[in-house]
Design a protein around this ligand. Structure first.
Ligand code: TRP
Length: 336
């Protein structure tokens, strides 16, 4: 069997939070230590256009996400770590794939449908109000990201599974027309990776504004943890670990024996204030060394830029010859 190729993209909107850390960054860095597989991690900065963000925010988010992965120890010798916009072949492939993507398929994309539904709910007459083509054809750009590097496995959150399946559909149609040039990818949903809840108990997400930034300084980290919603049980009253955001977050960070110890303390009625202090200290100790390195990188963006450029060079050793092969397959060729 040929070598598995893992690839995943991170849209450059927002500041990385602890939910991103336990859900994507930590498992990604861990997985990339397997030298028998290949790993591609990239900053999907062109994807961020679908959301019409402020340009400076996109730059800042790119820096913060790149600095986070580097500070946490991603081995960029083994893994490919790059910025989407540094690989022009991805955009060329995006257009090529437009020729193999049915409009009807895009009509069914969750990202687009959510917008249409929001318009319907707000009573707007035009169902496509506010829908930019960058949002509508977002799955095609994502398909190009995936197919450009012959990815076989694409680790994503549940919300992105449909997009990976669309990439597979598009690749299949391409194969039908042009022969075996592309590799069919498959989504990998982390069944065991935790999905963290945020300050208000809903899923931690930048769209809910309920996140704990991964590298918040000590003071801010403490303040945010103290804000996490709990119920009104008094100290000494036994508490349920099943419905406790504090417990879930602790569990995502701690070792099994430490979790067992905290379960015992819940049963004994640990006070919420004390549990918050325990959680703060635990996360703070674990994050501190990387946080110092993160701060150093944020203050030295040229080093981060150089890392990304190096990653792009390495990635283009693959994308340049492969795109040439794809163009040849579709009849975009030299005449003599
Ligand atoms: N759309 C993905 C998200 O919002 C990010 C992404 C872009 C991606 N390109 C990708 C994920 C390719 C996996 C593979 O989370």
């Amino acid at each position: 069997m040929s070598e598995e190729i893992y690839l995943t993209g991170i849209t450059t909107t927002g500041t990385p939070h602890i939910g991103n850390y336990v859900g994507a960054i930590r498992p990604g860095i861990e997985a990339s230590k397997d030298l028998s597989t290949k790993h591609f991690y990239f900053l999907a900065d062109y994807h961020s256009l679908a959301k019409n963000e402020d340009p400076d925010k996109i730059t800042q988010s790119t820096l913060e996400i790149a600095a986070s992965w580097l500070a946490l120890g991603l081995d960029t010798e083994h893994a490919y770590f790059y910025r989407q916009s540094d690989i022009p072949e991805i955009l060329e492939l995006t257009w090529i794939l437009h020729g193999m993507t049915a409009k009807g398929l895009m009509n069914r994309a969750h990202s687009y449908k959510a917008m249409v539904q929001a318009n319907a709910e707000s009573g707007t007459k035009d169902p496509d109000k506010g829908v930019m083509m960058a949002l509508y054809s977002y799955p095609i750009l994502m398909a190009a990201d995936i197919l450009m590097f012959k990815s076989t496995k694409v680790p994503v959150g549940r919300d992105q599974k449909q997009h990976v399946e669309m990439a597979r559909d598009v690749a299949q149609r391409f194969t039908h027309h042009y022969g075996e040039v592309l590799v069919l990818p498959e989504a990998v949903i982390g069944e065991h990776t935790a999905v963290l809840k945020g300050l208000d108990g809903r899923k931690m997400s930048k769209s809910y504004n309920n996140t704990i930034p991964l590298f918040a300084d000590e003071k801010r980290l403490r303040k945010l943890i103290m804000k996490i919603k709990t119920n009104s049980l008094e100290p000494g009253e036994p508490k349920d670990t099943n419905d406790s955001t504090l417990f879930d977050i602790y569990k995502a960070f701690a070792a099994p024996d430490e979790v067992a110890e905290i379960e015992k303390r819940y049963a004994e009625g640990i006070a919420w204030g004390e549990m918050k202090q325990v959680l703060f200290e635990y996360i703070n100790d674990q994050i501190k060394p990387a946080r110092d390195e993160y701060q150093r990188l944020i203050d030295d963006p040229a080093t981060v830029e150089a890392e990304l450029k190096k990653g792009a060079e390495k990635a283009r050793e693959i994308s340049i010859p492969y795109l040439a092969q794809i163009r040849d397959a579709i009849g975009i060729r030299r005449l003599g």
